[in-house]
Ligand binder design. Structure first.
Ligand code: ADP
Length: 481
């Protein structure tokens, strides 16, 4: 195949047509500040048109067999892999993450397409033993219908494939509204789906800066039967409310405030490696990044020193630079937020062990930072940092650690490090989180369920649970036997 990043489309994709518009917006490379493309700034009316097209495509797509849909998804998967280098380059250009991470995300994103191509064949119903000799009971699984997806910029491919692949595998059609910072990866995915033979109207991409107006249409239209969203809790709550009138099924992957607990008996090297992976991946811009690193008193100083030493070894720079493992933040607001959280923490007694300022690599780069002496009254403890700052809190007893960890309305990921299996198991059970990493800082993949509890969201993505989100269960009673 060998496409260049420039070969990928800059038009929106609706009903199998590449749609342009006079009104456009720029996509910027966060490492350089330069515009790399312009894409259509579509309107709520265009979103309505996309719903028309997705609705029109639904009967034929849902009538295909799971095996027929699987064959198309498999082909899409292969095309994504064939173009993985061009996709990775495109992702680093619009999102900023180091190329090695972009390559990893393309493989991770593609894995959902492979997995759900197969899993779609296993949308089993049940037979249920009867309660009356004249009746028989069965359930069947059916696609929920037209789906709308609103996605974030931090994983511009994976956050789309893990919604689109299960939706399509289940027999649904979908409209994706990608984040305004990273529409190009979404359009590239649509191009490859088109090449794979996914029929017109089955997968649509609406690029827009009017997230609110387009979002209102997607939520209000009764033909859209499901909304799947990954993004901030604030926007998730707006969408939840907006979907009430049409009683849509919802999957919400919202913010996190992940605790990462290090017990005295942790293996120090393992704990540092886990914290590094969880904290600094994507420059700290993931919803499962360790937000509060909660460290027991007996290991606190050694851990802080080792983490700072490891953080200082990170190479900051543009994602395309050799050896770079910490890229820019996504935009100026993200940098301002990190700076304000740091200022608040330092004013309240937090100590900068390393970093603590912007990096000379460019205006959106922030140094890998380790902050000690963090206390519960600091904003950095209650807010999602979304930047490369490790905030270290000290604790004495196990109960105190769990109480600190659970003292948040969020509950997405949690991590803990201990060599004592009983202590680790008990802590994992008590943590209020949808996912717990034990002696592990990175755990997401296509075969396991990803999602949160409390205000971190509803539903799960990936695994068998991820397919279920796009299916309805119909009970059929056969009477008159
Ligand atoms: P982040 O803070 O990570 O950018 P957001 O929740 O603001 O997270 O954005 C996630 C996605 O939600 C993006 O695609 C964005 O355009 C979209 N979005 C933001 N505000 C709204 C809204 N009011 N209605 C619908 N979508 C929105």
């Amino acid at each position: 195949m060998d496409m260049n990043p420039d070969d990928f489309p800059t038009s929106a994709y609706i009903g199998g047509a590449w749609v342009t518009s006079k009104d456009q917006f720029a996509v910027t490379n966060p490492a350089t500040g330069l515009d790399i493309a312009r894409v259509p700034n579509l309107t709520p009316a265009d979103a309505r048109h996309a719903i028309d097209e997705a609705s029109a495509a639904l009967p034929a797509w849902s009538a295909k067999t799971a095996k027929e849909r699987a064959a198309l998804l498999r082909r899409w998967y292969e095309l994504i892999l064939a173009e993985s280098e061009a996709l990775a380059q495109l992702m680093t250009a619009e999102q900023g993450k180091p190329l090695a991470e972009s390559r990893g995300e393309v493989a991770y994103g593609a894995s959902f397409v492979e997995w759900f191509a197969e899993e779609g064949k296993r949308a089993y119903g049940r037979t249920i033993p009867t309660t009356a000799s004249s009746k028989r009971y069965i359930t069947i699984k059916q696609p929920i219908g037209v789906v709308a997806a609103i996605t974030p910029w931090n994983f511009p491919i994976a956050m789309i494939t893990r919604k689109v692949a299960p939706a399509l595998a289940a027999g649904c059609t979908i409209i994706v509204k990608p984040a305004e910072d990273t529409p190009l990866c979404a359009l590239a995915l649509a191009k490859l789906a088109e090449k794979a033979g996914v029929p017109a109207g089955v997968f649509n991409v609406v690029t827009t800066q009017d997230a609110r107006g387009v979002g209102e249409v997607l939520c209000a239209d009764g033909r859209v039967r499901k909304l799947t969203f990954t993004g901030s809790t604030e926007v998730g709550k707006i969408l939840y409310r907006q979907c009430a009138d049409t009683v849509k099924k919802l999957t919400l992957e919202l913010g996190g405030n992940a605790p990462l607990i290090i017990f005295d008996d942790a293996d120090l090297d393992q704990a540092v490696a886990g914290a590094m992976a969880s904290k600094y991946r994507n420059a700290g811009q993931t919803c499962v990044c360790a937000n509060r690193i909660i460290v027991q008193a007996g290991i606190y100083d050694r851990f802080a020193a080792a983490l700072a030493a490891a953080a200082e070894k990170l190479v900051v720079g543009p994602g395309t630079g050799a050896g770079v493992n910490l890229g820019p933040l996504i935009n100026a607001e993200a940098v301002a937020k990190v700076e304000s959280l740091m200022a608040d923490a330092v004013a309240k007694g937090g100590m900068v062990k390393t970093g603590g300022t912007k990096d000379a690599a460019g205006s959106l780069f922030y140094k890998p930072t380790v902050l000690t002496g963090v206390t519960a009254d600091m904003e950095i403890v209650s807010q999602e940092i979304f930047g490369p700052v490790a905030a270290l809190i000290k604790f004495e007893t196990d109960d105190e650690a769990i109480a600190l960890a659970n003292n948040t309305p969020f509950g997405l990921a949690a991590y803990l490090f201990s060599q004592n299996i009983h202590r680790a198991w008990k802590a994992a059970e008590k943590l209020e989180a949808g996912m717990v990493g034990v002696n592990e800082g990175i755990f997401s993949n296509e075969v396991v369920p990803f999602g949160g509890v409390k205000e971190s969201g509803l539903g799960r993505e990936g695994a068998a649970e991820g397919l279920e989100e796009y299916l309805e269960t119909k009970f059929i009673c056969l009477g008159g036997m």
